[in-house]
Ligand binder design. Sequence first.
Ligand SMILES: *Cc1c(COP(=O)(O)O)cnc(C)c1O
Length: 396
Amino acid sequence: MSKLALDGGTPVRTKPFPAWPAFGEEEERLLLEVLHSGKWGGTGRVKLQELEDRFAALQQANYAISVSNGTIAITLALKAAGVGHGDEVIMPPYTFIATATSALLMGAIPVFADVEADTMLLDPAKVEAAITPRTKAIIAVHIGGCPADMDWLAAIAAKHKLALIEDAAQAVGAQWKGRAVGALGDAGTFSFQSSKNVNSGEGGMIVSNDKAVADMAWSIANVGRIREGAWYQHEHIGWNFRLTEFQAAILLGQLSRLEEQTALRERNAKLLAELVGDIDGVSPMRRDPRVTLHANHLFLLRIDPRITEKASKKEFLRRLSAEGIPVSAGYVPLNRNKAVLHEIRSWTGEDRLDECPICEHACEREVAWLPQNVLLADEEAMHDIAAALRKVAGSF
Ligand SMILES: *Cc1c(COP(=O)(O)O)cnc(C)c1O
């Protein structure tokens, strides 16, 4: 066994991974077009229209509505789907805080249902157990770019007459049984924040096949206007949540290489999963065969009990980072977040804690992430990651 980099050994990987964001001549050209057009804002609707059309086609949805970010996209999707003050929204605790705060923004109450241990995705059986007379919606989060079980969740939503929203912030381009995510339920949302696979610094999108939902989301994001109405005709209470033409320009450039990047990430992620599967001490997540295209925003790793019974996750990550692998600890359980719990209490007057032991254990002991740009490297890089994992796992 070679000496760990932390103990003065040579790191397995010294070469850098591909930089993020990635951009090219396309973004430069389109940005200048917007600059010279003089139409910069969200009502210009030249590049924005093209973007929404392209995005709707990509996600196989009838409608796409651009908004200022992924957080507000979830809020608007919930509101447009009929969720309001006091309604309960079931969601997983293993997600970015925005999934919960987007509901809290309008006084809807997050209810956390635990994840499956081998995917870290929302467990439909736990969703069903969490339904109460106040439940109005389910948010499926496609964590790391991997679609949740949309068949089962859709069946539960239909049976209990609940809205089904997909938080697809990490899953641009992903497909479930050959169908693009986003419009599989009532509405779906995306984020174009800097870390995401398609990025304009900030930005978001709502997609839906339901005209009423799409029109309402559009209206709320456009100060309550209606699409064919007069400028000062405000039919609903809405705000300005528009994206700008500059962001649309960058996003059109980003979309031009998405297919190629998605294919590359898929190839590398499948190879890495195979290599990781052969290493004693770590394992990849289970991939449902119905996930026909994974967006691979993150590569989730599980550190096996053989190691976590002896050492902390932090120590494992410390050793792996020193080998030149950009690994991170990932989320902490949202169901335990003090600010979220405090806000829930302020809306409901009740002290409530949804126990999610699988998520809590995984966050504390087992699950770690590699970021998507790592999967834009070459095949040799995947072998380096596996070699570093083997070396570190062997050191416990
Ligand atoms: C990034 C992200 C969001 C929020 O998107 P913003 O554009 O940062 O507001 C919501 N949910 C998930 C799962 C995310 O990864």
